[in-house]
Design a protein around this ligand. Structure first.
Ligand SMILES: Cc1cc2nc3c(=O)[nH]c(=O)nc-3n(C[C@H](O)[C@H](O)[C@H](O)COP(=O)(O)O)c2cc1C
Length: 575
């Protein structure tokens, strides 16, 4: 705040001075830079151009015609030095001019002050996230100016990127008050508030700090693939404004893990230099901020995915895709997110089956442990809302516990179109056609599905599937008592998923054993840690009330994307 005020005041002062100068010259070109000191002959009329010229002639001086010659001090009349009386005549001559010049200066000052104050107020208003223009005007304006949604996305990212360094970015201004009572602890880190920005908004880690400035507790960048890939052909993002919805089939366009690592590292370097630290000190947490977010009370999540060309049947190759990303990006992330749920990469969602998922997640957890940093990043997996059958969710939960990942991001866009238009809302023919586009739908109508999934995952992660079964002698499954204890402990935890204990810090033999020969015991039990899995939620969350519902259902974080694009919920749905 302080630098922004200083910046504006300086700008206002200098613009005020410039404005005053140029106005003086333009509006009053004949006004001399300084008033001339005129010498008058006491016998001459007081002024050649004022009404005094027409005053009755002085009795003590010969009457001279009011010609320029007469008014000139070089007239033939005898020159006498100015007397006090003459001086007083002179000052009474210039007083009106001085007065009018003073009034002019006062006017300039007034106008400049008004201009500077309105400029400052406009700046203050326009850069406040809570300004209603950002809800009502800006989204509509952007839609009008850039009919293609991807163009608008690109322009938005570029604008945020260039406005931030000059302190003209939009920001959360309410500071501590806005976060009062919203603080929580996730993975042992304090978090200013439970609102996050979902993956896909900042695909290439261009605008991390501007997004944090909006107030988010967590920013997720990516998805990032090991090698650069262009994604699907354009157009690949479509708006359905009548229902505040989006359909996208970006197909994980990415500049690749090396490129993102370079950006993230550069950010760390700049932070280190500004704070008199070394890069290693920042990454090891000696800067008293998380090494990913570089800001107290914030966490940076980095999402990784496989390349489109890597065949999903080759789980080893897929695992290598993910671990390559981890090797590059883990040092700069507070949380690594494994994306197996994008609907736009063929076969990706198949990786959510229990066996491949366990293998991939185990590989990622192991690689994350090797990160060249004192504290290692947490690992989460982002799962699809469309895999919502009990058996599919059970499989995912088992993979989560077996692999040792720290949590689940529940939700993504959906391939389904049923129920995305609220009852009683009519969409235009164009919107109806857009809804037929291939890709993942996102919008407020996903909220109830997300809420339902969070409740179910919370229950499964805490209870049923935590009680992992081991094959008995008869080949049937039997509940392992030790894990039953953990279930009870986890279920009894205060608020779902908020406080986690470090996992993934201790190397264990399980990771070196082929999957088929591994115990079904959860790695946490082997390690001795008994943490509850953390849930982040994404999908249709558009209001504070909905965020609260999601948190009460057991998530630690409510993430937003589409709601942000439309400036918040405009319609009264979903009911
Ligand atoms: C244009 C667009 C791009 C997205 N890209 C990604 C992505 O790269 N990775 C990912 O996991 N999710 C991606 N998502 C999904 C969002 O992260 C989010 O999970 C989803 O949109 C649901 O949340 P929402 O209703 O708040 O938008 C994308 C969504 C949109 C609209």
């Amino acid at each position: 705040m302080a630098p922004s005020i200083r910046f504006t005041q300086r700008a206002a002062r200098s613009s005020t001075a410039l404005l005053a100068q140029s106005l003086t010259r333009q509006q009053c070109p004949r006004l001399p830079r300084s008033l001339p000191v005129k010498r008058y002959n006491s016998s001459t009329p007081t002024t050649p151009t004022t009404p005094a010229l027409h005053s009755p002639p002085s009795t003590s001086a010969p009457v001279t015609p009011s010609t320029p010659a007469a008014s000139s001090s070089t007239s033939s009349a005898p020159v006498t030095p100015p007397t006090p009386a003459a001086s007083s005549t002179s000052s009474s001559y210039s007083a009106p001019r001085r007065a009018s010049y003073g009034a002019f200066r006062a006017k300039i000052l007034l106008y400049s002050t008004i201009l500077a104050t309105s400029g400052y107020l406009a700046y203050f208003y326009a850069t406040d996230t809570r300004a209603s223009v950002h809800q009502w005007l800006v989204p509509r304006l952007i839609r009008t100016i850039w009919p293609d949604a991807e163009d608008a996305h690109d322009v938005g990212v570029k604008a945020m990127k260039s406005l931030y360094p000059v302190n003209l970015h939009v920001r959360e201004r309410s500071g501590a008050n806005a976060n009062a009572g919203l603080g929580l602890s996730v993975f042992g880190h304090p978090l200013a508030n439970p609102i996050g920005i979902s993956a896909g908004l900042d695909k290439h880690a261009d605008i991390i700090d501007p997004l944090f400035a909006l107030g988010a507790g967590v920013v997720e960048v990516g998805g990032c693939t090991p090698l650069a890939q262009p994604g699907n052909p354009k157009p690949r993002m479509f708006r359905v404004p009548g229902i505040d919805g989006l359909i996208n089939r970006y197909g994980l366009n990415s500049h690749g893990a090396d490129d993102m690592a370079m950006r993230l590292r550069n950010r760390v370097r700049l932070y280190a230099r500004a704070n008199g630290l070394t890069e290693a000190e920042v990454l090891n947490g000696e800067g008293a901020v998380p090494p990913g977010s570089l800001a107290h009370g914030r966490l940076l999540a980095v999402q990784i995915a496989k390349n489109k060309d890597t065949p999903e049947q080759d789980v080893g190759a897929v695992s290598r895709d993910y671990t390559y990303c981890v090797s590059r990006l883990a040092p700069y992330a507070d949380i690594l997110v494994v994306n197996v749920s994008s609907p736009n990469t063929p076969g990706l969602r198949d990786l959510q089956a229990v066996e491949p998922l366990t293998e991939i997640l185990s590989a990622v957890v192991d690689e994350a442990r090797r990160a060249d940093r004192k504290t290692k990043p947490k690992v989460m997996v982002k799962v699809s809302p469309d895999e919502d059958e009990e058996a599919q969710m059970e499989g995912i939960v088992q993979a989560v516990w077996r692999s040792g990942v720290d949590g689940v991001i529940v939700g993504n866009t959906t391939k389904r179109r049923v129920g995305v238009v609220p009852p009683g809302v009519a969409v235009t023919a164009k919107e109806a056609a857009t809804l037929g586009e291939t890709g993942g739908y996102s919008g407020p109508m996903m909220f109830n599905r997300t809420l339902n999934l969070v409740k179910r995952y919370r229950k499964m992660l805490d209870g049923q599937s935590l009680a992992l079964t081991q094959p008995g002698a008869d080949g049937k499954r039997a509940v392992h008592d030790e894990k039953k204890d953990i279930v009870d402990e986890a279920v009894g935890a205060s608020l779902g998923g908020i406080e986690g204990t470090p996992t993934g810090m201790v190397e264990d033999d399980i990771t070196k054993t082929p999957l088929s020969k591994r115990s079904t015991r959860s790695r946490e039990t082997v390690d001795g840690s008994r943490n509850q899995k953390v849930i982040f939620a994404t999908g249709g969350i558009s209001t504070g009330e909905q965020a609260l519902q999601i948190l009460n259902a057991g998530a630690s974080l409510a993430m937003v994307y589409t709601g942000l694009v439309y400036g918040g919920r405009r319609h009264g749905y979903p009911h």
